[in-house]
Design a protein around this ligand. Sequence first.
Ligand code: AMP
Length: 587
Amino acid sequence: MKVLVIGSGGREHTLVWKISQSPKVSHIYCAPGNAGIASLAECIDIAADNINELLDFAVQNSVDLTVVGPELPLSLGLVNRLEKEGLRVFGPGKMAAQIEASKSFSRYIMEKYNIPIARGASFDDVDKANRYIHSQETPIVVKADGLAAGKGVIICKTHDEAIDAVQKIMVDRLFGNAGKKVVIEECLVGEEASFLAFTDGKTVLPLPSSQDHKAIYDNDQGPNTGGMGAYSPAPIVDRIMHDKVMETIMIPVINGLKAEGINYCGVLYAGLMIVRDKVFVLEFNVRFGDPECQPLLMRLNSDLVDIMEACIDGQLDRFKLDIDPRPSVCVVMASEGYPESYQRGMTINGLDSNFDKEKVNVFHAGTAYKANDIVTCGGRVLGVTALGDDIQAAIKDAYDAVSRISWDGCYFRKDIGKKAVDKLTQSPQVGIVMGSDSDLEVMKSAAMVFKQFGILYEMTVASAHRTPERVTKFANAAEEKGIKVIIAGAGMAAHLAGFLAAHTCIPIIGVPINASSLQGLDSLLSTVQMPPGVPVATMGIGKPGAKNAALFSIQMLALNNPELQKQLLDYKADMAKHVAAKAKAIC
Ligand code: AMP
């Protein structure tokens, strides 16, 4: 197979690297490529947005598969043009690409299909935009509607700043025609994560979660860049959040587009803001993120060409991704001065170091050949990416590799992956144990309440009958971890709660689960009817019980935590408000 990859960044080097591993592939072209890509592909001097020349090249060279890296050629309709010539191409068509290329279109789709977004509105009139700003609270976010190379979002602390942002975008046209319209949104405060999936327009096959580092300086300080590093997985997107993102965002948006007559084939990227138990879409991108692509494809064991072909053929339902369980970290090495002005042409030293190929890859972004030297020719120059047995090991290996590379005026952040480490090393306050993974649907209700209250929990599967030693181990270790209460969910002859209570003095709350023809009465009796001396608090059967178990745990934790007590009071007040609203509705 002859494959053509469009683009010249770290994302495209990673794509070329991964595609080159496919036994199906005999030759790779890359337009325009970079110095790193040149070692794996034949670089063709055609710009990524030169649609006519790209089309001619693909036709003349009978390219079997074209893979489009960046958003611009997608939004210009390269995919439609190639398809019209009967060529196979991985990436969404022009209409589907509008979900990235127009933030107002993206909002329209999300509002229509009930996908969670920040409160806001789109405007093509400056006066209306300004009036809207004055009707809203600050801080507030003003976004250019169109593509602005990641720079079109302005977070404004005051109304005046927001009015000024509208002026810059719509009147001064700071981002050119991207500023014909603006989107104005409430400013969400939470933790960001990236969620990418392959799709053929019917099936959505998620990649592991990842997290980008947009700001130029450590601790997320300074202006935004294209991305200074990334890691995967992002601990904030645990199994429960993952399911929520799939159910409330990824599947509905693909189905929504389909309902609009738009078939989406390619990678869909949702930029998320996670606010406790809630998740909002900040933006959709219609391609791999850069630098998220680097750690994600390092973790992908499956043949990327097979997946892309399955997307094109509408047969993704037959596919399962094989993912390396090891975390991966990418540290971007940039030119000093980026994202403002910087020098080019600096000779890069250390690229020939003896890196452990099994674990480390140095993906090129802004690099070029000058005689026999590889020199810098962009803001982001390299994406040094490593796999590790845990996130700490991946960070260490990535930075070890970074330390072997240098050039005059090289800059990189020193804290890539730190957020993940911080999150993973925090102590949980609550343990949630379930007898089987089939109990997860019920126990999610407990986990969601903990997320809502910002309480860390550890969740696991351990069976009193099938893995009693695992239950014992969990109970014995819980105290040391700082766990103050354990919730045990089990069905049938539910001995899990009692078994845990026999092994620890930490209070245990049992949640009986409906898992047999006795509809949970069996597990209710097994949980509640404990011998004297082995107390277990027992909740109602199923989801209401799981939710109450979480609230009951929080009440215990709140006994000496005034902040938590206040949250509980607010929670009760909120519930009362809902009941009052319902009462009003039927009167
Ligand atoms: P976008 O291109 O829409 O993803 O925006 C770029 C960055 O701006 C995001 O990664 C966020 O850091 C920030 N941002 C965008 N929208 C919002 C919002 N509604 N609230 C807070 N931050 C936002």
